[in-house]
Design a protein around this ligand. Sequence first.
Ligand SMILES: Nc1nc2c(ncn2[C@@H]2O[C@H](COP(=O)(O)OP(=O)(O)OP(=O)(O)O)[C@@H](O)[C@H]2O)c(=O)[nH]1
Length: 208
Amino acid sequence: MVVEEKSQAEAMEGTQQRLEVNMLLLGAHNVGKTALTVRFLTRRFIGEYGAIESVYSRVDRINGQEICFNIWDSQHTQKCPSVSDKQLQWADGMILVYDICHRGSFDVVQQQLRHIRRGRKPSSLPIVIVANKRDLRRHRSVSGEEGRLLALSERCGFFEVSAAETYHGALLVFHRLVDLVRETRALRKSTAGVRGIVRSVFGKKRAE
Ligand SMILES: Nc1nc2c(ncn2[C@@H]2O[C@H](COP(=O)(O)OP(=O)(O)OP(=O)(O)O)[C@@H](O)[C@H]2O)c(=O)[nH]1
């Protein structure tokens, strides 16, 4: 009996479609965007990273579903401090990173949030805010509370992590964003479904 149940579950998993998620990492210079990305992709922290803007891909299986992570590790420059239209169009979700020891980087996250919210409908774009460099908390200039409050007021996910210390933190961040993207897509689908029903019912009535 148990064996049968398991094979049914497996059969269901097999029919789940692969989920493709485009994730954009934003934040000020030197906050650890590449370190977090590399941690997630390779489980390693290598200390110094080249200044190359790249899109990385990785396929994982989460709860039986294949997830393709496309991760755009952006570069923050004085020339282009904000979020481009191309980035806004491309991303299914965003990870905004700041350094807990650098208040200026927290300000940059707030500016970028304002820019994103202006560019796309509120709540339509899942975002996770990441307070990085937790291992340096004795030099902290942004409290955990401030980060959490910002995330709460903007309806974003929030994690305080150290890319230098653990793999687990990076894993939580990327997996949480997948969950948020999944929820947003499901919500959009059900809203479209309700709209379709309303249109067909009222459309019919008007035609009668
Ligand atoms: N102590 C500590 N250092 C970190 C952590 N994450 C990153 N760093 C260091 O911070 C520096 C910048 O890291 P990057 O990952 O290159 O930062 P970035 O945001 O990608 O920087 P840009 O690509 O220039 O915008 C490097 O020296 C990293 O070793 C962390 O969690 N703790």
